[in-house]
Structures are given as C-alpha cells and as structure tokens.
Design a protein around this ligand. Structure first.
Ligand code: COI
Length: 353
C-alpha cells in the first residue's frame, strides 16, 4: 500500500482527556477513487487534511453516499483488534447496491484499514470504555447536477479516538417514542447505511433533545405501531424473560452488534425472538410489570441500557432506571471480546499485528 507521509503530526489528546464521540481525527486517512471504465483505483494512505471539492459535486446535492462504523481496540498483548470487519464490508457493499454505488473490493479496503491502523496505533486510546472509531465512507464525486448515479466516487477511511457515544456514558438513556416523523418506510433506504437516513432523523432528534431525551425511538412508517430502531442503535426488550428485538423487515439497519448479541443470547440459552413488536405491547408490559429490561446495541453505542421511554406524554421507567442483568451480561461479553479480556470463541476479533 502506498503511504504518503506528512511533515508534522497533530497533537494527540492526552490519555485522560474526555474524548466524547467524533471530535478528534488522526493524522492519516485511506482513500481510493472510482472512475467509470477504470473501476476502483489508486488506493493510498495519505495525510488527513481538508480537501477541496467543486460545489457542483453531486454528494453535496443528492447525498449519494454511504458509511460504516467500526472500532479498533488495544489488546492485552499490545496488538490491535477490530470487531468483525468482514461483516461491515459486506453490509457496506449491500448499502452500495441500494444507493447505485459500484461494489468495492473488500480485500483492498481491509488492507488499507489495517495499514492505516498500524500507522496510527498511538492514537488508539486505552482508558476503559474508549476505542479508535473507524469511519469508512463512500461519496459521489462527479461534478454534475442531473439526478443520476454518479460515475465517480471517493472511498475514504478516517479514524477518531472516542469515548462513550452518550455524554452520560453508561447511565441508562431516555427515549422519546416518535409518533409523527418517520425514519424509513419499507422500500425506502432504512436498511442501508446511507447518509440521508441520518439527516432525515435530525429534526425529530433535535426536538427530543430539547425535551431532555437522548434519542428518538422510531415506529414503523405505515401504521406507527411497531417499534423499529433508535437510529444509532437497534432495540431489544426483555419481556417476561423473553428477549425480543424487532425483525429486520426492510426498514431497520441490520446491526452487527445486534447480530452478535443474538448469537450470544441464543448460545447462553435465553429465549430470544426476532419479531414485530408493537409499542402497545411494550407499554402494556411496562404497566403489568413484565418489562424487565430494554437496551440498544450499536458500534458507537455498544450496549446501552434504556431507563425510560415516553409515549403519548406518559413516562415509563424501566427496571427502576437501572441497567438490567441481561444488558450487563451482553455488555460484559461483547466488550470482553473486543478488549481481549475474554476468549474469542466466535473468532470475532480480527487481530492486526
Ligand atoms: C455506529 O454505531 O457506528 C453508527 O454508525 C451510529 C452513529 C454514530 C451514526
């Protein structure tokens, strides 16, 4: 892999800094270009510096772009581990297909990511709960205003040392059930990790934040009846001992942490179901005392307990506003594998030496 070195390096945040999420970026990035007729070409690691783009570039107008999120962790033996990267490349190519972006070679970007991580190893934070967040992205770069798939693209990977996604860390989150705006409809782009999904969710998110909530809990677009996801997390509920997560009906992001949690739960013998779950069922369970736990899963959010849900102006406190037993077990298992504290029986750690 070609590496273009920079003359001066940035100042890294101090080891005990409160990193938050996505505020710092490392010195280098991986890039690769696509040109129609030539395919993907010129993979390179180069200084991460501000770029210049013509304002007619199609990404600025029609958001034909996709992204992924992964994390790198320092292992007890000093090596670097990334959690299930092959799953992210596969999902990214599925998102690409939905957004008319050409398929990319996963082996080339995996090599680019690994070389980048080796070069930026000193940026991986080691304080508990921190990691180096990996953000692969593809954007349409043709300068053209017609509403057509671009004929040129830029693939890039940037890195950001992060702490917890929520400012309050592992404190249970408060969710506002959104019954007006919708995130995605079946046939839309909800199961693709495309840029516009996140832009479209901001209005409801901002309104929820103003009311003191962390995020919005989305319902299905057609009936506003079934729970979908949170936008940065997939949702799980523990009702009467059964662990339930909304089925991937086409409008929900197929989360990799979600998939990993399902496997851990099944292997440990918990009754698990992926099915449609209505908000009425969740509220009824809360009222009759059978809603034991609720939590969200995601790369950035890891496993986040949900302590309160507001629906139609009523607040429903879950598990006394505390992290539940199953949530804790999943948090300990997934982070134990990620940070190399538990044996990796599933082969989910990709070790980069
Ligand atoms: C992630 O968990 O990596 C995400 O992409 C969610 C969010 C930060 C956009």
């Amino acid at each position: 892999m070609k590496i273009i070195k920079r003359e001066t390096l940035k100042q890294k945040p101090s080891p005990d800094a409160e990193l938050g999420f996505g505020h710092y970026f490392t010195d280098y990035m991986f890039t690769m270009k696509y040109t129609q007729g030539e395919g993907w070409h010129d993979p390179v690691i180069e200084p991460n510096e501000p770029q210049r783009f013509d304002l007619g570039t199609s990404i600025f107008h029609y958001a034909q772009g996709i992204f992924e999120g992964m994390k790198a962790f320092i292992q007890p033996d000093g090596s670097i581990a990334v959690f299930r990267p092959e799953e992210n490349w596969a999902r990214m190519n599925r998102s690409a297909e939905r957004m008319c972006i050409p398929q990319f070679p996963a082996d080339v970007v995996e090599e680019g990511m690994e070389e980048l991580l080796k070069l930026e190893k000193d940026w991986i934070p080691t304080k508990p709960g921190t990691a180096l967040y990996i953000r692969p992205t593809i954007v349409a770069t043709r300068v053209m205003l017609g509403v057509h798939a671009s004929t040129e693209y830029l693939f890039f990977i940037i890195l950001s040392p992060v702490g917890s996604y929520y400012a309050h860390g592992l404190e249970p989150t408060k969710l506002l059930v959104e019954d007006f705006y919708v995130r995605s409809a079946i046939g839309g782009t909800g199961e693709a990790k495309c840029l516009g999904n996140y832009a479209a969710s901001m209005k409801a998110g901002e309104e929820a934040e103003k009311k003191g909530f962390d995020q919005v809990l989305w319902l299905d677009a057609k009936d506003k009846k079934y729970v979908e996801e949170v936008g940065s997390m997939n949702m799980f509920f523990v009702i009467n001992g059964e662990v339930v997560t909304p089925a991937l009906v086409g409008s929900i992001l197929p989360g990799i942490t979600r998939k990993s949690c399902l496997q851990v739960l099944r292997d440990k013998g918990y009754p698990v179901s992926e099915r449609r779950i209505s908000i009425d069922e969740v509220i009824e369970a809360s009222k009759n005392g059978t809603l034991d736990e609720a939590f969200g899963t995601g790369t950035a959010a890891v496993i986040s307990p949900v302590g309160l849900i507001r629906y139609k102006d009523e607040d429903y406190v879950i598990n006394g506003g505390k992290m539940g037993e199953i949530t804790k077990m999943l948090y300990d298992t997934i982070t134990g594998i990620q940070y190399g504290k538990l044996e990796d029986t599933y082969h989910w750690r990709k070790i980069i030496k």
